[in-house]
Write a protein that binds this ligand. Structure first.
Ligand SMILES: [Fe+2]
Ligand SMILES: [Fe+2]
Length: 293
């Protein structure tokens, strides 16, 4: 795939590794902390990685405009880039090269397996286990030459006012939508409580994977996939005014899923070869032999 020429290399890859974003969320939302509120010390947390994460959000908040999202939807929801079996897609995802420390960091497939194995250990239905296993597959966007800030990062609605409960809200001052009267009011282009299905979210791996699998999985699974990075809502309740009753019901599942994503990281890597037959069967039960990406 042609590399994206619109941005400089520094703008494309502000993070050393995609994991840096997820590790940073753990600092913001530590395990066993009171829910609904980001840790107070988060903003003062001092770490050299912090600067790269800040820069990552600066770019994310600057470039994720309503028009940018609509462009990406047009470009990627045609699913004309690749077609492969799920397992191959996840192996492909694992070719994401980063300079994170291989001794302490799990690769993408291991993160997915730890998430899904923790769900399985708690006795949840098999489609929930499968959701844990698939939830980050949309990160293949990175291999299609997309900038990191258009693949990972907290997601949020575009086309209406950016909430100050989104992480690093001050960076939205660089987003042209903040000055566009069509987009900068509470509801923007939307109606009160119109339901999230009518709302365009910032572009990334969540939205992309949702569209890839939306015909095959039960609805709670689709909500978990589509909104797992929407921390401003599932942790901060900042967008109640766009949600309808159905969203509220389904967000119970998004909230149930989040701890498995964040807190299942175990230094002991899962043995992929041992688990593969179970997951191959599970994939075959719900999904077609190949998926279009
Ligand atoms: Fe994710
Ligand atoms: Fe994840």
């Amino acid at each position: 795939m042609e590399p994206n020429k619109k941005y400089t290399e520094k703008e494309m890859n502000p993070l050393h590794s995609l994991e840096d974003w997820e590790e940073d969320i753990l600092v913001r939302y530590p395990e066993n902390e009171a829910p609904g509120k980001a840790k107070e010390e988060y903003r003062n947390y001092d770490n050299p990685e912090r600067d790269t994460v800040r820069e990552f959000y600066r770019l994310n908040h600057k470039y994720q405009t309503y028009d940018f999202v609509r462009e990406k939807e047009k470009e990627f929801l045609k699913f004309d880039k690749k077609e492969m079996p799920v397992w191959s897609a996840l192996e492909y995802l694992n070719t994401l090269i980063d300079d994170s420390d291989p001794d302490i960091d799990l690769d993408q497939l291991q993160h997915l397996l730890q998430t899904s194995e923790a769900i399985r250990a708690d006795g949840h239905p098999d489609w929930f286990v499968l959701t844990g296993f698939l939830h980050d597959m949309g990160k293949v966007l990175c291999l299609f030459g997309e900038p990191q800030w258009a693949v990972v990062g907290d997601t949020f609605p575009v086309g209406c006012q950016f909430s100050d409960r989104i992480v690093y809200p001050e960076f939205f001052k660089d987003n042209p939508d903040s000055y566009n009267q069509q987009f900068n009011t509470k509801y923007g282009v939307y109606e009160p409580n119109c339901g999230l299905r009518n709302v365009h979210m910032s572009w990334g791996h969540d939205e992309y994977l949702y569209h890839m699998v939306k015909d095959y999985l039960p609805e709670p699974a689709l909500y978990m996939i589509r909104y797992h990075s929407f921390y401003a809502q599932h942790r901060e309740s900042a967008y109640e005014h766009l949600m309808d009753d159905h969203d509220r019901e389904m967000f119970q599942w998004v909230k149930k899923f989040n701890p498995y994503d964040l807190y299942s990281k175990n230094p002991k890597p899962p043995v992929v070869a041992e688990l593969k037959p179970y997951y191959q069967e599970l994939i075959a039960k719900y999904l077609p032999a190949t998926l279009k990406m």
